[in-house]
Design a protein around this ligand. Structure first.
Ligand code: IMP
Length: 182
């Protein structure tokens, strides 16, 4: 059984679809302000390794918009809390290049060692919010080769193409190599 340490139940639900024997540990931990998601994960893994017994995983993700020089990126959670999707769409008003990508870095603490698994999903910022599923920026993100936003997809469909889904597939392969899962 692996613990996923997150405050965000939606992340847990998506991850559990890919690795069945996940246990949700709903706790918050400090996220340092760093330049990369990888640095945030490194810090959080060492911080949490002093607090949590045994193996666990964490997830840090962000939305990177090309025409905004990768904003909000590592500030994604702060920006979502302050201006939300409505504010993001305002920032994008009149901008033709709507290319963006989501990135997830999953941190794994396994038998005293740290591992990082990365997943990226390219796509576009929609012109308006669409859909009811998912969370965060899902209503304004259209993955490449799709017309729907992530919020217009069931979890299974999002997982097949998403940043988190891709990182989780890598995690599953690693845990399989360690003999932890089938
Ligand atoms: P964090 O990984 O929890 O720090 O997420 C940063 C911000 O990006 C938060 O506002 C999340 O709601 C948002 N976010 C993270 N993952 C996703 C996703 O898969 N879809 C949409 N928004 C996301």
């Amino acid at each position: 059984m692996f613990k996923i340490v997150t405050h965000n139940q939606n992340k847990y639900k998506e991850m559990k679809k890919i690795i069945g024997n996940l246990e949700w540990m709903n706790i918050e931990y400090p996220e340092i302000q760093a330049d990369t998601l990888e640095d945030v994960i490194d810090f959080a893994l060492s911080y949490l390794s002093n607090k949590i017994e045994g193996n666990f995983i964490i997830d840090d993700s962000g939305l990177f918009i090309e025409s905004l020089n990768d904003f909000p990126g590592v500030y994604s959670s702060y920006v979502y809390r302050t201006i939300g999707n409505e504010g993001m769409l305002k920032l994008m008003e009149g901008i033709e290049n709507r290319r963006a990508y989501f990135k997830t870095v999953i941190g794994l603490r396994y038998q005293g060692m740290n591992y990082k698994l990365v997943g990226i999903c390219h796509g576009y910022i929609a012109n308006e919010e669409r859909g009811k599923n998912g969370f965060g920026y899902d209503p304004i993100f259209i993955p490449e080769n799709y017309r729907k936003t992530f919020s217009e997809m069931p979890i299974e469909e999002k997982n097949r193409i998403s940043h988190r889904g891709k990182a989780m597939i890598k995690l599953r392969a690693l845990l399989h190599r360690f003999g932890e899962i089938q």
